[in-house]
Design a protein around this ligand. Structure first.
Ligand SMILES: Cc1ncc(COP(=O)(O)O)c(C=O)c1O
Length: 386
């Protein structure tokens, strides 16, 4: 019966990150730097509020867009932090992680034949959805542009089929973000055109080198801002994301959301309310820790003679392995087998990720130190062989 499966579904594959994660599980004593998930527990007060929610029978469906106080808290949060103006009545949707926000946005705005511009390398969560909608992903090579998708690069790839531009910043896998000026330039280029911006800001609270700015501030009418609690509050398993869009757009996205999931989990919504109100600055403590780790890993890579761009945020480094003249998959597999360190091959992040590996530093200092010691020994042996 497999021949009856939708052709678009047959054409997509499981994410390369997960595939590689499963592949390296077979090696014992391996240190894995593969997964993009905070290593801190969810803050205690957030966990307590969820328990209270259960005890108080907050266990039924909520409004499709999320319970009102939470929507209000979400709007206040992005207003206070990023000067965004959204109406809690009809311009915000509480979603099942940022993933579902991406899905319902793309399914609302895409049609067969349209093109979606996105940076390369890029998080692998967008391309399959674009393809399921019959759209054409157009990756733009950012490797010679400091991994930044800037206005001039975008301009060269615009066609009359371009429907959407995906901007993830800070970026997974590179950690690079966009500055206020760079975002303004993109906004000026796109303003008035029949093009949407999907602005994935899931790492906004984990920005180290500059204050995070949202393009929603400059191009509100054409932008869908996506954020969530997975990374900022170490809540990946609670599955809470947020989508902000002008009401003319949000009302259509809400229909897709309603028929897709009805609403996000009521208990997780309770926890989210606590996170955004009493815990609005919870990410700060984690960000301080990530920043220390970033400097440590960056310095060690630098010392090893490995080229790497210093990230602005998130918890990834994306070093170049061009000097070893191997595909990123072969390099990562050999590293796992011989040195017992797991990283993600850059090719998991579009063809433009080839020649790089992604290292996550959402791991303890001890794990990072041991992983880098192993990497150092492995690389010095490898250099002698080249
Ligand atoms: C750039 C980016 N967007 C979205 C997501 C999905 O986030 P969530 O777990 O909230 O669905 C991730 C997860 O790694 C990500 O890196």
């Amino acid at each position: 019966m497999e021949h009856l499966i939708n052709q678009n579904v047959r054409n997509i594959t499981i994410s390369g990150i997960r595939q590689f994660f499963h592949l390296v599980q077979q090696f014992d004593d391996i240190i894995s730097l593969t997964i993009g998930q905070p290593d801190f527990p969810t803050p205690d007060h957030v966990k307590e509020s969820a328990k209270k929610g259960i005890d108080e029978d907050f266990t039924t469906y909520t409004h499709n867009a999320g319970f009102f106080e939470l929507r209000e808290a979400a709007c206040q949060f992005v207003h206070k932090k990023y000067q965004l103006e959204y109406d809690p009545h009809d311009e915000v949707i509480v979603t099942i992680g940022a993933s579902q926000a991406i899905d319902i946005t793309l399914r609302t705005i895409l049609e067969p034949g349209v093109e979606v511009l996105l940076p390369g390398p890029v998080y692998p969560g967008y391309e399959p959805i674009i393809r399921l909608c019959g759209g054409q992903p157009v990756h733009i090579d950012t490797t010679n542009n400091g991994f930044k998708l800037t206005a001039s690069l975008i301009e060269r790839h615009l066609t009359n089929k371009t429907r959407c531009i995906i901007l993830p910043y800070p970026s997974n896998p590179t950690g690079v973000s966009l500055t206020e000026d760079e975002l303004k330039e993109i906004a000026n280029l796109i303003r008035g055109k029949n093009i949407f911006i999907l602005s994935d800001e899931i790492y906004s609270e984990l920005t180290y080198s500059q204050k995070h700015t949202s393009i929603g501030q400059f191009l509100r009418e054409q932008t869908i801002v996506i954020n969530g609690l997975s990374k900022s509050h170490s809540m990946t398993g609670w599955r809470i994301g947020f989508l902000f869009a002008p009401k003319t757009l949000a009302k259509h996205i809400l229909k897709v959301h309603q028929y897709n999931v009805s609403c996000a989990s009521s208990i997780s919504q309770k926890a989210a309310y606590e996170a955004l109100t009493a815990g609005e600055n919870d990410a700060e403590k984690m960000a301080v820790e990530y920043k220390k780790r970033l400097h440590y890993v960056y310095d060690r890579l630098h010392h090893l003679g490995i080229q790497v761009i210093k990230p602005d945020g998130a918890f990834y480094l994306f070093p170049s392995i061009h000097q070893f003249q191997q595909s990123s998959f072969d390099f990562a597999l050999e590293l796992a087998r011989e040195a017992r360190v797991a990283v993600v091959p850059g090719s998991a992040f579009s063809p433009y990720g080839e020649g790089f590996i992604r290292l996550s530093y959402a791991y303890s200092f001890e794990q990072l130190e041991e992983a880098l010691n192993r990497l150092e020994t492995y690389i010095s042996k490898k250099r002698k062989l080249i």
